[in-house]
Structure formats: structure tokens, C-alpha cells
Design a protein around this ligand. Sequence first.
Ligand code: URA
Length: 209
Amino acid sequence: MSKKEKLQELEQRMINDKSLPLKTNLVFGEGNINTAILFIGEAPGATEDQLKRPFVGRGGKLLDNLIASSGWKREDFYITNIVKRRPPDNRDPFPEEIEAYKPYLTEQIEIIKPKIIVTLGRFAMNYFMPMAKITRDQGKIFRVGGRLIVPMLHPAAALRSTEMNLQLKKSFKKLPIILKKADEFLSAPKNSEKENKNILKPPAQEKLF
Ligand code: URA
């Protein structure tokens, strides 16, 4: 099966899985299936539910602008969420909802095989790094399970605060160089002193930024 067929099959399995929580539309994800960078948010909002596409509301427009500011297009990357249906009234996803969608996201990541995962917001960040703190760790680079994880603030938070907007922009500006150096970071020897459970800082980070 091709990557595309595998993703289609996975989406169909999700649609058929009646045990999954939340009954709104499935927003599976979209974009370049051969991407080096996968963006992962929290859960769809109202616009995303209506259009069955991730990040197409106000937060999505900000994400598009950030991507464009680095000279890229949204279609260059793949975008999805940890929870693939909208929680009522845009409430935070419950831990059991995140858990229920987890095997599917794991498979989705395995099929796409990105080098870099940019997590948007604390829920997506904590999905990969339960010990991480968004204010402390956003914009840093971590190595988790053979991939680079770059936590960033959620675009919705950046829309609410000028300070957060500036921080998100600053972190986003690092992405082109992270992409360029991804192989170097991924092959760097593990630095056990810096190891923090499943969090590893690539040793070159201090030199870079
Ligand atoms: N917020 C998210 O986390 N994901 C979306 O798809 C839209 C808004």
C-alpha cells in the first residue's frame, strides 16, 4: 500500500470505530504526506468541524501567515490534531479522549514519518513530553523517539496576547534552520546528563540559538 492508501485506510478505520469519543465530524488531517515537518494541534474547533479540515479558523489563518513568513506554503506540510473531533463548546480535551485517539495518531505519524513534529499548544506538547512546561519549553528542540519535537504556543493563545504572538513568531523563525539541521540533531550522540525521562535536548542547541 502507498502512504496515501495507508492514510485513507486509517481514516476509514477511524470513521468506523464507534468506540471513539466525541460525535462531531472527523477532522483527520491534511497536507503533504511526504513532509519533513508535521504540525499537531489540540482538537478541531467549530470551523474545522464544519469544513472537516484542521486549522482553518482564525488560529489557522495565523498559522498560515507564520508558514508564509518563512517562505513556505501550508501545503508543504501536514497538519493534524491529537484529538480528531471537536469537544463541545471548544472545551479542553479530556485525558481519556486524548488516550482514545492516541493509537490512531501514533499510526498516522508512523505512516508520514516526519523528522520534526511541531506541537501547537500545551496539550499536543504534553502528549509527547508529559513533563514539559509550555512557557519554559516553547521554542526549544527536543529529541523524542528518533524525531525532533519543537513545542510552540497555540495560535489561539497568540491571538489573545501580543506577548504570546511575539513569542510564537520568534519560535517559528527558528524552523528553517531546525529543518536544515534536523539530520545533524537526530544523529547527535545522546547526552545523558541532559536526559530528562523522554526529553532530550540536542547538544547543538545552545550553539545554534
Ligand atoms: N485549534 C486546534 O488545536 N486545532 C485545530 O484544528 C483548530 C484549532
